[in-house]
Structures are given as structure tokens and as C-alpha cells.
Design a protein around this ligand. Structure first.
Ligand code: B12
Ligand code: SF4
Length: 500
């Protein structure tokens, strides 16, 4: 009775993906402990499925992977029910939400341990300790509640060499969920595989949830290793496209070009996330090689066109508004679609300054679109993350902003909108300001519908463009009900809410 159940709570409505987070954890115990996977994205009733395993009496450990937002909402009722019905199950949570909000998670009383950041070493070490009645207090990357009620965080471990990690158990996953079904149809291709080729990020942007966990560290698998894994999935299950889920795939020009050269003969389409200032340093020949190898679109955190805001966000010092515009022009000649994301609604000393900053960004985004109409724009509203010590976070705390104290509060509709970066409940943003951001976004999405929505045919695109065009030209964004109606009827896809 020491089996492990690994659960990926539902996070996506339609598009299934290879559940890489729990797959890494499965790899870490494979061959040592028996494990099963329950992928909430593929189950009609996750709790029923989980209970079908727990009722055998063979399972002692239940691992959850939890991102904020809808995935957290899906995790809580399951965790509660399991703790009530199977109180001896050891509940272990990992992923971005519990790592960044451990107090709320551990005070819920239905989670026993949190793995803080990478679990490749910490998870098997914890299971070994619990199985053998050995102390777990010395295991790195662990958060737990001590007997005196204090929350204890053990030190962080160094990032592991990614090429030395055990291979992901794809064949075993295929026994639970046919991998063919986890290769979804996207605008990149008929069968898109999700792959994670590096962890962390070497930068410290003060709005980013990656920073408190990875603290400016980054480790990557080699291009050869990535190619070998991709080729395995292509040959065995027919993948035609790749979504790289790395926070920052293009940190190393050498690795990116090496991978491009390896993947080119496979004729696959691919996508990844990058920084503008990093890729602007890439040679023309590298950008050309990346495009020719099948990289059709790259997601860039542009964040702001204003240099002082970029500084406030600690964007790394070398990105500027001028560079954002120049780079969007530069990418045209390589036929790479840049997906630029912007973060609007950062704090400022007065409401007038907050408002004028929002107006500035709206005009800046229009400039980007005028230079390169193919550029995709993703607009987030700034939702604080606990980047202790950053100037931005200090400003946030000074404004009186507080995170919820309990898990139930986190999943209230208001805080779910916070996680979706729609309505962040930050004291300096008035409802009018939020409306302006969202209304502009609606009009922009009307004039330039995203290429990632594969259900939107050219007739629908032309129609919505015509309806929204006049508003865009005259900057009349208020009450765009007619565009919202079309979006609703056609179930328009919003990458900023649903994830890419
Ligand atoms: C894939 C992905 C998704 C997928 C779903 C993934 C799934 N689990 O089903 C989709 C596209 C649906 C998605 C959506 C969203 N996502 Co998302 N997503 C990611 C992404 C890109 C990759 C996650 C991944 O697979 N990593 C690969 C594995 C190997 O790494 P890992 O998850 O960190 O896992 C390691 C550790 O965390 C730990 N661990 C993780 N799980 C577990 C479980 C156990 C039991 C243990 C022991 C350890 C453990 O060990 C693992 C191995 O070392 C991350 C960013 C990133 N690069 O990680 C964002 C990220 C997690 N998402 C994020 C967000 C905010 C969202 C959204 C809520 C909002 C949005 N607009 O994107 C939406 C929600 C939409 C919805 N309807 O639910 C944020 C979280 C930020 C935060 N404040 O915490 C991230 C960090 C992106 C970012 N930089 O902002 N997402
Ligand atoms: S470059 Fe991207 S992933 Fe890295 S810290 Fe900044 S926002 Fe986060």
C-alpha cells in the first residue's frame, strides 16, 4: 500500500496536452514505486476516477500539480473530498501556485507537503523518507507545517543537469491516455506536442511568478536531447508540430540554432517563448535558420513601450520601447509572427499617472500593429506575484494590496479573475481603467483576430474587422457590445485567458 497517484487537475477546456508537470514527477519515481496518472483535462469526473484507485487501498500518496486560476479551482474540491474520505492519504502539492502561496495551501489542512519548485529530486526523496520513517526535514525544496504550527521552508537545491534527468515515461502515459489524443490540433499543426526543454529563467522581472521560484537560474536540455525526444514522439505517434512550454526557450542562441538545424529535415512547425532584447542580439543567419526550420511564431514579453515602466518591471535593463518597435519591423523580413504580450495597469503615484500610462500603452500597441500588422497582441492586466524585495512589489504592498489568506478565497470569482490577469483587484486601478483596457482589447481583437483561433474562417474575420474598424480608427472603445456578441457567438479564443 505505497502506490502513488499523480493528478493533473483540469486546466483546459478543449485542447489536451501532454501533462509535462506530473510526467516529470512520474519519471522521478518510475521503476522505484508504482504510480498512476489521472489527467483532469481528459476525465469527465476526476474525483470518481481518483476514488476508483484509492478504494483499492493500494495508494498512500496523492500528488497534485497546481497552477493558479481554473486549475486551482478544480483541485480544491478533490483534495477536500479525498482528505475526508481517505484521511490517511498523504497529500503532496507541487507547481507554481503552492510554491508561491504556501501559507494558504498548508493552512487548508488538506495538504500535507508542498514541493517548492522542481520536484525531480525532492519528491522521490520525500517518499523515501516517509516510507522508511526517516526525517524529511533535510530534504531541499520542501515546505511543510511543523508540529508547532510554523510553516517551514527548507533551502532550495541547485538546478539539476537536465540531460541527466530520467526520460519521461511516454509509453506508460500512453497506457492511461493514448498519446495521439494529447497531440491537439492547433494553428501550428494537426498534431501538436507540448514539450518543456529548460527550467527557470536567468532574468528577474518583478511581475513574474517564475522569479521567486527559480531566482534567476536557468538550466536546459541540450539540443540533441530535445531533438531525440521530439523525434520519438513524431515517429511513434505522428506529432507534426511542437509547442515549447519553456519560460524562455531562446536564452542560448547556440542551442536554438543547433535545435533548428536538427529539426529542419523533420518538417515540423514549432513555437516558443523569448525575450526581445535577447533575440534582437541574434544574428540574421540565426533568425533565418530558426524560421526555415519551421518556427512560425514566437511569444515575446514586450510588457511596455515606456522605458521607465520597463525599469520599474526590472525587465533586465536592455529592452526599450524603441527596440520593441525596431524588432517587430526586423521580424517581418524573416516571416516570423511575433506574439507580443503587454502588461497594463502597473502602480503609479497618482490615479492620473496610472490612467495616462494606460493611454500611452494603447497608443504604443497601435504603433506596433501599424509597423507589423501580423504581430499578435496579448494584453494582461498587472496581477502582483510575491517577488519579495523588488521595487514593484514594495509599491504593491505600500498600496495596501493583500493576497487572500485561504484557498476558498483564492477561488472566489473575484480572485479567479485576478489569476486570469483580467481584473486584478489592485487598489490603484479603478473600474473605469479596467473597462478601458478590456474594451480596447475587444476592439483590437475585432480588427485583428488572433491567428491561433483556427475556427474563425476568413468570412468571419472580414466581418468582425469591418464592424470593429471604425472604432479602432476613431479610438472609440466604450461599450463594444456588437464585437462582444460576435466573439460570444463564435466562441472567440483568447490566449490571455486560456493560455496559448
Ligand atoms: C502548460 C502550461 C499551461 C497549460 C496547462 C498545463 C496543465 N498542467 O494542464 C495551459 C495552457 C492550459 C495553461 C493555462 C494557464 N496558465 Co499556465 N503554464 C503552462 C506552462 C507554460 C508550462 C507548465 C509545464 O508543463 N511545465 C513543465 C514542468 C516540467 O515544469 P513545472 O510545471 O514547473 O513542474 C515542476 C515543478 O513545478 C514541480 N511540480 C509541478 N507539479 C508538481 C506536482 C507534484 C505532485 C510535485 C511533487 C511537483 C510538481 O516539479 C516539476 C518538475 O520539476 C507554465 C510556465 C512554465 N514554463 O512552467 C505556465 C504557468 C504555470 N501558467 C500560468 C498561468 C497564470 C496560467 C493561466 C492561469 C493564465 C494564463 N493566462 O496563462 C492559464 C489558466 C487557463 C485555464 N483555463 O486554466 C503561470 C502561473 C503564474 C503564477 N502566478 O503562478 C505560468 C508559470 C506562466 C507564467 N510565467 O506566468 N498553462
Ligand atoms: S524574461 Fe520572462 S520568464 Fe524570465 S523573468 Fe522575465 S517575464 Fe519571467
Amino acid at each position: 500500500m505505497n502506490k502513488i497517484l499523480l493528478f493533473n487537475p483540469k486546466s483546459a477546456n478543449a485542447k489536451y496536452r501532454i501533462p509535462n508537470s506530473i510526467m516529470s514527477i512520474a519519471a522521478s519515481v518510475d521503476g522505484k514505486y508504482d504510480w498512476v496518472i489521472v489527467d483532469g483535462n481528459c476525465e469527465a469526473d476526476s474525483l470518481e476516477k481518483i476514488e476508483s484507485y484509492l478504494s483499492t487501498g493500494e495508494f498512500k500518496y496523492l500528488g497534485f500539480s497546481v497552477m493558479p486560476g481554473p486549475q486551482l479551482r478544480a483541485a480544491i474540491p478533490v483534495a477536500k473530498a479525498v482528505k475526508e474520505r481517505y484521511p490517511h492519504t498523504k497529500m503532496i502539492w507541487g507547481g507554481y501556485f503552492p510554491s508561491n502561496q504556501p501559507e494558504a495551501v498548508l493552512c487548508s489542512r488538506y495538504v500535507d507537503f508542498i514541493i517548492n519548485g522542481p520536484g525531480d529530486y525532492a519528491f522521490p526523496a520525500l517518499i523515501d523518507a516517509l516510507e522508511n520513517d526517516k526525517p524529511f526535514e533535510f530534504i531541499k525544496n520542501l515546505i511543510y507545517k511543523a508540529t508547532n504550527g510554523r510553516i517551514v521552508k527548507t533551502p532550495k537545491e541547485d538546478l539539476m543537469e537536465q540531460d541527466n534527468l530520467p526520460p519521461l515515461p511516454y509509453d506508460k502515459l500512453n497506457e492511461f491516455y493514448p498519446i495521439g489524443k494529447l497531440l491537439g490540433k492547433t494553428y501550428l499543426g494537426e498534431k501538436t506536442m507540448a514539450y518543456h526543454s529548460s527550467i527557470g529563467c536567468p532574468f528577474t522581472c518583478s511581475f513574474c511568478a517564475v522569479v521567486p521560484i527559480y531566482e534567476a537560474r536557468w538550466k536546459a536540455k541540450s539540443a540533441q536531447h530535445v531533438y531525440k525526444d521530439v523525434k520519438y514522439i513524431k515517429d511513434k505517434w505522428g506529432a507534426t508540430a511542437i509547442e515549447f512550454h519553456d519560460n524562455n526557450f531562446f536564452v542560448s542562441e547556440k542551442r536554438a540554432v543547433e535545435f533548428a538545424n536538427l529539426i529542419k529535415p523533420e518538417k515540423m512547425t514549432w513555437w516558443g517563448m523569448a525575450r526581445i532584447d535577447t533575440m534582437d542580439k541574434f544574428k540574421d543567419s540565426s533568425l533565418a535558420a530558426i524560421r526555415e526550420s519551421g518556427c512560425k511564431c514566437i511569444f515575446f514579453g514586450a510588457e511596455s513601450g515606456n522605458d521607465s515602466i520597463l525599469e520599474q518591471m526590472d525587465k533586465g535593463g536592455t529592452q526599450s520601447g524603441e527596440q520593441i518597435l525596431r524588432f517587430v519591423e526586423r521580424l517581418k523580413k524573416f516571416d516570423i509572427i511575433p506574439e507580443y504580450s503587454f502588461v497594463l495597469g502597473t502602480p503609479a503615484p497618482t490615479p492620473e499617472q496610472v490612467q495616462s500610462q494606460i493611454d500611452f500603452e494603447i497608443e504604443f500597441i497601435k504603433k506596433v500593429k501599424a509597423i507589423n500588422p501580423k504581430a499578435e497582441i496579448v494584453i494582461y492586466t498587472y496581477s502582483p506575484v510575491p517577488t519579495e524585495g523588488s521595487e514593484l512589489y514594495k509599491q504593491v504592498l505600500a498600496s495596501g494590496f493583500k493576497f487572500p489568506q485561504t484557498l476558498e478565497d483564492w477561488v472566489s470569482p473575484a480572485w479567479e479573475n485576478f489569476d486570469l490577469r483580467k481584473n486584478p483587484l489592485t487598489p490603484w486601478l479603478t473600474p473605469d481603467m479596467i473597462d478601458k483596457i478590456r474594451n480596447f482589447e475587444t476592439v483590437l481583437n475585432g480588427v485583428y483576430p488572433t491567428v491561433t483561433d483556427i475556427r474563425l474562417n476568413s468570412l468571419k474575420r472580414r466581418l468582425i474587422k469591418a464592424v470593429a474598424g471604425l472604432r479602432y480608427k476613431t479610438s472609440l472603445y466604450n461599450y463594444p457590445y456588437e464585437i462582444k456578441l460576435l466573439h460570444k457567438v463564435w466562441r472567440y479564443r483568447q490566449p490571455e485567458i486560456q493560455g496559448f
